[in-house]
Design a binder for this molecule. Structure first.
Ligand SMILES: [Zn+2]
Length: 208
């Protein structure tokens, strides 16, 4: 799948939001966002992205494909399924769960028992900082797994993380305390880190 096709498919399902005002990770704001949740409203589309990412990562020959919950783990399953079919071999898709605390995620013990010596591909749907993938990779490595590659459908910041991606889409963002949209355009409270923003900025009279 060519980058232009990826963008067209994302736009056609309404996943690409522009001219908006979004709170992002790391206390940053932006005016655009890729809402990959929209892709899962069409399982065939989700499957197409899973197949395309599998083909882009086939040379990694992973024994397992994992992604941060929720969302990217479902993509990881699709990638793993396609690699298993096309390469006619066993591929695992252990899934992690979100937990509180610095580690962010955990795998159940029955999954961890199968990690030693296995090659893991980490996938994200939309990658920005790569922090979630790194957190997952650290757990995999600690339990004897080997990270053979990282990949994302959309890479919002290709300069960090060494990800392979189907589409590089650099969308500008800036520190929230320098945001010119705050107080002008209401924050989009359907996507991004708006709950975290609201917790730190109790709303007065509906602003910003
Ligand atoms: Zn703002």
């Amino acid at each position: 799948m060519k980058p232009d096709d990826v963008l067209k498919k994302l736009e056609s399902c309404g996943a690409v939001l522009r001219n908006t005002h979004v709170a992002l990770q790391g206390r940053r704001h932006g005016d655009a966002y890729v809402d990959f949740k929209k892709v899962f409203l069409d399982v065939m589309l989700a499957s197409e992205f899973g197949e395309a990412l599998a083909m882009a990562c086939a040379d990694f020959m992973p024994d397992a494909v994992v992604g941060p919950p929720m969302g990217a783990d479902r993509l990881a399953y699709e990638v793993g399924l396609n690699l298993a079919v096309y390469q006619n071999r066993l591929v695992m898709s252990p899934y992690a769960e979100k937990i509180g605390g610095p580690e962010k995620f955990e795998f159940r013990p029955e999954f961890l028992a199968a990690f030693a010596g296995k090659k893991f591909l980490i996938v994200e749907d939309v990658k920005k900082t790569g922090d979630s993938a790194d957190a997952l990779a650290a757990i995999v490595t600690r339990h004897g797994g080997i990270i053979c590659g990282k990949a994302a459908v959309v890479d919002r910041r290709p300069s960090v993380g060494g990800f392979r991606s189907l589409l590089q889409l650099e969308l500008p963002d800036w520190p929230e305390d320098e945001c010119k949209l705050c107080g002008v355009i209401e924050l989009n409270r359907t996507v991004g880190q708006w709950k975290d923003y609201d917790a730190r900025h109790p709303r007065q009279g509906g602003q910003p």
